[in-house]
Design a protein around this ligand. Structure first.
Ligand SMILES: *Cc1c(COP(=O)(O)O)cnc(C)c1O
Length: 488
């Protein structure tokens, strides 16, 4: 027995020696931090000199030439491998020239919040474990809710992104009505061809794959037509179907159009339907005056998706789901578990936990990255940045008009402009595809494209906090010169 004990202790001590490297001491930490911090500085200060998009032959595959080993590697080598294999290919969303898709940015203040979230590793899933962390997240959510115009009784959760927020909305809408599985095939969802694809994905994930999905026609500005929506609801009722959910987009991903929220809500209300607004791209614009005006009616959403990693410039991994009636988000996610029994005695419960408002239990402490950024920068900086993006889009739209043979989409509701060049001869789609390739290859700006009524359209989406007038002017100059180059 005692020999066993000695042996065990000896073994434990050996293992302790081997595992101690998981816990660097103060000097090692300082050195690591200094190196990583310098690396980050070099990255940030060189942002303007790096191409926004870069094709690279190996596309990071050389990572695999250096598999994980039992031995520790020097940080210098590790950072070099990160640079060569990750930073040297593909899109650079941190760049001020990123105007493709929906730009993300990556606030530095949030990065500091992430660092502290990881180092302190507070448990933000459950109130009893960290009342402060949960309150901080709740404070962030209540701030969003207030800006939207939601009542205090609303609730919400910081998700990993807009897709998961939309999934949560679909689940909340499903459970609010208490439908039985045998009714699922009678439920009808209304959306448009411009609704983000993750909504249909969410419907399937939520077990509602059998529901009927109606694609409501859009008008010339790509907004859902309320008259068509009414007609379709009427028709579906006459067929014995149950109009259940309407998904309005507050800023479509494709062209940035805001569906007529006020009218759609009226129709939804009369027909006792769930009104979800997908504001992953656009809802953050409520923070600025012009955006708030264009988003009128957003406050009537039963559930609302926002995406701070788009419209609040946060690093990737932060979405928001809000429910106007707080219980609607709690209903699908309430739980009891024996191993959680301490929770009730550890802390007074006047604050709902994220674990009761989402499918997650243990999770990233996302609130800190938003809280830090709002605190350090102050809210007015965000309001100004968003107003600036809207004006930049309008400016870009107007500048395009001065280029011969450019055709634009609608005047921007928010910060996306679509356009194409119509060449004197030849296939316009081919021309614009080549034009976009040339723009991207030049390296200073990045745009993406979409197909609208079989026309290849180039998309300019302005949403990085680093994109300012100079960059937009540069984009115009590059568009002009690339058109000339192809035409000659
Ligand atoms: C980006 C986007 C989504 C998806 O959000 P993720 O954060 O990428 O998961 C959903 N809806 C709209 C309108 C979007 O723009």
């Amino acid at each position: 027995m005692s020999k066993d004990r000695k042996q065990i202790i000896k073994k434990i001590q050996e293992l302790e020696k081997q595992s101690i490297s998981l816990d660097p001491d103060v000097d090692e930490r300082k050195e690591l931090m200094a190196n990583v911090s310098e690396f980050a500085e070099n990255f940030l200060t060189s942002l303007n000199n790096r191409p926004v998009f870069k094709n690279c032959e190996n596309e990071g595959s050389k990572l695999l030439n250096s598999p994980f080993s039992d031995e520790s590697e020097p940080l210098g080598n590790i950072l070099k491998s990160f640079t060569d294999n990750v930073l040297e290919s593909g899109l650079n969303p941190a760049s001020p020239g990123h105007f493709g898709y929906i730009p993300g940015s990556g606030l530095y203040y949030s990065a500091l919040g992430d660092y502290l979230a990881a180092v302190t590793n507070r448990y933000s899933g459950i109130y009893a474990a960290s009342p402060g962390a949960v309150r901080m997240e709740a404070m962030v959510i209540q701030w969003f809710a207030k800006e939207i115009g939601y009542p205090e009784s609303s609730s919400g959760d910081l998700t990993s992104g807009g897709s998961i927020a939309n999934l949560s909305a679909v689940v909340a809408a499903r459970d609010a009505f208490g439908f039985k599985a045998k009714e699922y095939s009678k439920l009808v969802v209304y959306l448009t061809a411009h609704t983000h694809h993750c909504i249909e994905k969410s419907i399937r994930i939520a077990g509602l794959g059998e529901t009927v999905i109606r694609v409501v026609p859009v008008d010339a500005n790509f907004k859902m037509q309320p008259e068509s929506f009414v007609q379709m609801v009427k028709h579906d009722k006459s067929l014995g179907l149950i109009p259940w959910l309407i998904v309005a987009s507050a800023g479509t991903t494709d062209v940035g159009s805001i569906d007529p929220l006020v009218d759609l809500f009226e129709i939804a209300k009369i027909n006792k339907m769930w009104f979800h607004v997908d504001g992953a791209y656009g809802a953050s614009f409520v923070l600025c005056k012009s955006g708030k005006k264009n988003l009128k009616g957003i406050e009537d959403a039963d559930t609302l998706t926002m995406d701070p990693h788009k419209g609040l410039f946060a690093p990737f991994g932060t979405g928001v789901i809000l429910a106007k009636n707080g219980m609607d988000l709690h209903r699908p996610y309430q739980y009891e578990a024996n191993y959680m029994q301490d929770e009730k005695t550890l802390a007074k419960k006047d604050q709902m936990s994220p674990a009761e408002l989402s499918p997650e239990l243990t999770r990233h402490f996302r609130g800190l990255r938003i809280w830090m950024a709002l605190k350090i920068a102050g809210i007015s900086a965000f309001r100004s940045a968003l107003e600036e993006k809207m004006l930049l889009a309008q400016y870009f739209y107007n500048e395009l008009q001065s280029i011969d043979r450019i055709e634009t989409g609608p005047f921007p509701d928010l910060s996306i402009v679509i356009f194409r060049y119509v060449p004197q001869e030849g296939n316009p789609n081919t021309f614009n595809q080549v034009l976009l390739e040339k723009i991207i290859k030049e390296g200073s700006v990045f745009m993406s494209s979409t197909m609208i009524n079989n026309n290849f359209m180039i998309r300019m989406a302005i949403l990085s906090f680093r994109s300012h007038l100079e960059k937009v002017d540069q984009a115009i100059t590059i568009i002009r010169s690339m058109i000339q180059r192809i035409e000659n």
